[in-house]
Design a protein around this ligand. Structure first.
Ligand code: AKG
Ligand code: FE2
Length: 317
């Protein structure tokens, strides 16, 4: 990309995306995906892995016993107990291979204008039945929006199985932060990081009055969602069904990675994330404009420069 006046925005989220698109060197299919992301905040594609079916069969066999669900009985309730495994990539090669798919990483890199890396996986055997939310309250970056989710259907999704839902275009609505909803969040425990923002999302939905869409995915289809797309999992009306899926969350290089629900950005109080990239096993330091943060990654509060600490000590005496 030459002549990009806004390198602090993902190329597909930039107000000048139509100009960017000409310079991004995209194939027709890539341009379709890029345009869908720009306009709607999500894009559907076939997951680019010829071995996907074999991977799905192996990972289901490996993960199934860990859910305490009776998968053998077609009539059993599949929605009992804990219904997600976080970071199964640590022990399952196929989960890791899906998260590390090089074609997808290259595509995301092109779409965002920075190299992508996978940092978290979630594997679900059933619908999540999660209320509407954006991922930005959990995972954000500075500069913002350099994060996305990729959801992969591991079987055909039936309407009763709690399909994924979302509101097209909601990625352009304001990013809800603690500052916006008028609370301070640093060091304040929450039962769910999403709790303080529900009222704001409901108000935005009421104001915009757009139709929710659901994704009745075919096995092997994937959906990329932008960090600020409002989405969730529909209620699972038929509890005997399964809805195997994997979500991989991605960040992009040269950013600060943090959890906004537990941060007060204006005060420099950031709940930083200490990340390891799934695709290469290497740590990703928190970096801003090429400069690693001067305070230790993972520290709860930025350390003040040493001369300030010295002065403070003297004043205390
Ligand atoms: O699969 C779903 O129903 C939603 C998952 C989700 O929202 C997430 O992992 O961020
Ligand atoms: Fe989500």
């Amino acid at each position: 990309m030459t002549n990009n006046p806004f390198p602090g925005l993902p190329l597909i989220e930039s107000p000048i995306f139509p100009l960017n698109r000409e310079q991004m060197g995209l194939s027709a299919e890539e341009a379709r995906i890029a345009t869908d992301l720009f306009e709607n905040g999500y894009a559907v594609l076939d997951f680019p892995d010829g071995d996907l079916d074999a991977r799905i069969a192996r990972l289901q066999a490996n993960l199934a016993p860990r859910y305490a669900i009776d998968f053998a009985d077609p009539g059993s309730d599949k929605t009992v107990g804990e219904r997600r495994i976080q970071d199964a990539w640590k022990f399952d090669d196929d989960v890791r291979a899906i998260a590390s798919n090089q074609i997808l990483l290259d595509l995301l890199g092109k779409l965002y204008g920075r190299a992508a890396f996978a940092f978290q996986t979630l594997n679900f055997p059933v619908g999540t039945q999660q209320e509407a939310h954006t991922d930005t309250v959990h995972f954000s970056s500075l500069p913002e929006r350099f994060m996305c989710g990729v959801w992969v259907a591991m079987e055909d999704v039936l309407p009763g199985a709690g399909p994924l839902f979302y509101w097209p275009g909601s990625h352009r609505w304001p990013i809800l932060t603690n500052a916006l909803v008028g609370r301070s969040g640093f060091g304040k425990p929450l039962s769910s990081a999403q709790d303080p923002f529900g009222e704001g999302w409901r108000a935005l939905l009421q104001q915009h009055a757009i139709e929710e869409q659901t994704f009745l995915a075919r096995k092997g289809q994937a959906l990329i969602w932008c960090a600020n797309l409002l989405h969730g999992g529909s209620p699972q009306h038929d509890v005997t069904l399964t809805r195997w899926s994997q979500v991989t969350h991605y960040y992009f290089d040269d950013c600060i990675y943090y959890t906004p629900a537990f941060s007060d950005e204006a005060l420099g109080r950031l709940q930083l994330r200490n990340l390891v990239a799934i695709n290469d096993g290497l740590p990703r330091r928190n970096v801003y404009l090429g400069e690693p943060l001067s305070f230790e990654a993972g520290a709860k509060t930025p350390q003040r420069p040493s001369f300030v600490r010295e002065l403070t000590k003297r004043w205390r005496k």
